[in-house]
Design a protein around this ligand. Structure first.
Ligand SMILES: *[C@@H]1O[C@H](CO)[C@@H](O)[C@H](O)[C@H]1NC(C)=O
Ligand SMILES: *[C@@H]1O[C@H](CO)[C@@H](O)[C@H](O)[C@H]1NC(C)=O
Ligand SMILES: *[C@@H]1O[C@H](CO)[C@@H](O)[C@H](O)[C@H]1NC(C)=O
Ligand SMILES: *[C@@H]1O[C@H](CO)[C@@H](O)[C@H](O)[C@H]1NC(C)=O
Length: 368
């Protein structure tokens, strides 16, 4: 055999071995991280035995994740599929991974999830679907799921349809923050009777239907900060017997009737900061919710006499109104809670109120 021919044959077989290697080793094991790093998966993962190690996809593009996409079964504790171009997850997609504790699906393009997609996942600590393209929650997509936490933040969900969670096993912490939710129905959260934390901050909710919390017997934390709530009907919060904290900051209400808090037998933290309140019945608040210990009232439309009375009264009954947040100390204030010299007897846009406070604070500076 002449040398040239031998050499080119050799090169050829090396190239062949390499290309085979690349396909074979789509998943490589990193001992230090106890993780298989799988790269370039388009269709299906290699069907080998993964043991009880973590899996992380890098540079994968998997438009439809379906049964068979991950053909192996195993005791995989954590599966990181973020940034993998996923658009759709079909029914039973993860059925072979009953031991999964962490399922990271954030930063994909998921808009379609079929009912039963997460069926069989009974030990989930965290199911993360943040930063996807979901516009609604199709009934049944969380059927059979048992999770400590589900994160759906930063999607485009507009409405929670009644019965969306009818077949859910349980979800303890449910995070729906930073969506476009404007419409809730009385039965929107039916099926989530074990839910303890509900985060709805930064949506577009302007109205809470009566009966929404009738299934929320064990809810402990409710975050409604940064919505468009303007008005609460008596009964709005009925059902929240065990609630400990409620955040209503950064909404648009100019009245707050403390008897709304009557259903909350153990509430201890209430945040009504950054609304359009210029009046608050402090005695009624204490009488309706004597368990409240921490009350955030900053950035409302207080005048200084009103704020003085509020703080005096709350101090007398052991309610802390100062918290630890950033205060406004460059205008007339009490411990950073801004107030207007003079009187406020009607609601006005917050910016207008702030201008008034600034102007009057400047006017009263005494140079000697
Ligand atoms: C991997 O295998 C596929 C067929 O399954 C083939 O088309 C492709 O060329 C292979 N890739 C490499 C880098 O060898
Ligand atoms: C999952 O992978 C992404 C990158 O693909 C990374 O940013 C993220 O930190 C990982 N998450 C976890 C919990 O390992
Ligand atoms: C994608 O998901 C939707 C459910 O939202 C389903 O109706 C549809 O058939 C799925 N498409 C594919 C290609 O699996
Ligand atoms: C919900 O998600 C948002 C956005 O990722 C985060 O800021 C917030 O802390 C989460 N809330 C809970 C209760 O985990």
């Amino acid at each position: 055999m002449d040398f040239n021919r031998w050499a080119s044959l050799l090169m050829c077989s090396i190239a062949f071995a390499n290309s085979q290697d690349m396909n074979k080793s789509a998943c490589t094991f990193a001992h230090d991280k106890l993780t298989y790093f799988c790269s370039g998966i388009v269709d299906a993962f290699p069907s080998t035995y993964y043991g009880a190690y973590n899996i992380k996809c890098t540079g994968c593009v998997i438009p439809v994740f379906q049964p068979g996409t991950f053909p192996a079964s195993g005791e995989i504790p954590s599966f990181n599929l973020s940034n993998s171009g996923i658009e759709n997850i079909t029914s039973g997609a993860f059925a072979t991974l009953p031991k999964l504790r962490y399922l990271y699906l954030q930063n994909n393009k998921i808009f379609g999830i079929e009912p039963g997609a997460f069926k069989g996942l009974k030990q989930i600590y965290e199911l993360n679907l943040e930063h996807n393209e979901m516009t609604y929650i199709m009934a049944g997509i969380f059927n059979g799921l048992n999770a400590l936490a589900v994160h759906l933040g930063h999607n485009h969900i507009k409405e929670i349809l009644p019965g969306s969670f009818d077949g859910v096993d349980q979800i303890i912490t449910f995070n729906l923050s930073f969506n476009d939710i404007a419409i809730l129905h009385m039965d929107s959260f039916k099926g989530l009777q074990n839910m303890e934390i509900l985060d709805l901050q930064h949506n577009k909710i302007c109205y809470i239907p009566l009966g929404l919390f009738q299934y929320s017997d064990v809810l402990k934390g409710l975050d409604l900060k940064g919505n468009k709530l303007r008005y609460f009907m008596p009964g709005t919060f009925s059902g929240l017997k065990r609630l400990l904290t409620i955040n209503l900051a950064n909404n648009e209400f100019s009245e707050f009737d403390p008897s709304l808090l009557l259903p909350m037998a153990s509430i201890y933290y209430l945040d009504i900061s950054r609304n359009n309140l210029f009046y608050l019945d402090s005695q009624s608040l204490h009488a309706s919710a004597p368990t409240v210990k921490l009350l955030m009232i900053n950035d409302n439309l207080w005048d200084c006499p009103m704020l003085t009375n509020l703080i005096r009264y709350f101090k007398g009954v052991g309610i802390d109104t100062f918290g630890t947040g950033n205060g406004r100390y460059d205008v007339t204030n009490i411990n950073g809670i801004m107030c207007l010299l003079g009187s406020v007897t009607y609601a006005m846009p917050f910016n207008h109120y702030m201008d008034l406070v600034k102007a009057s604070s400047d006017k009263h500076i005494n140079y000697c």
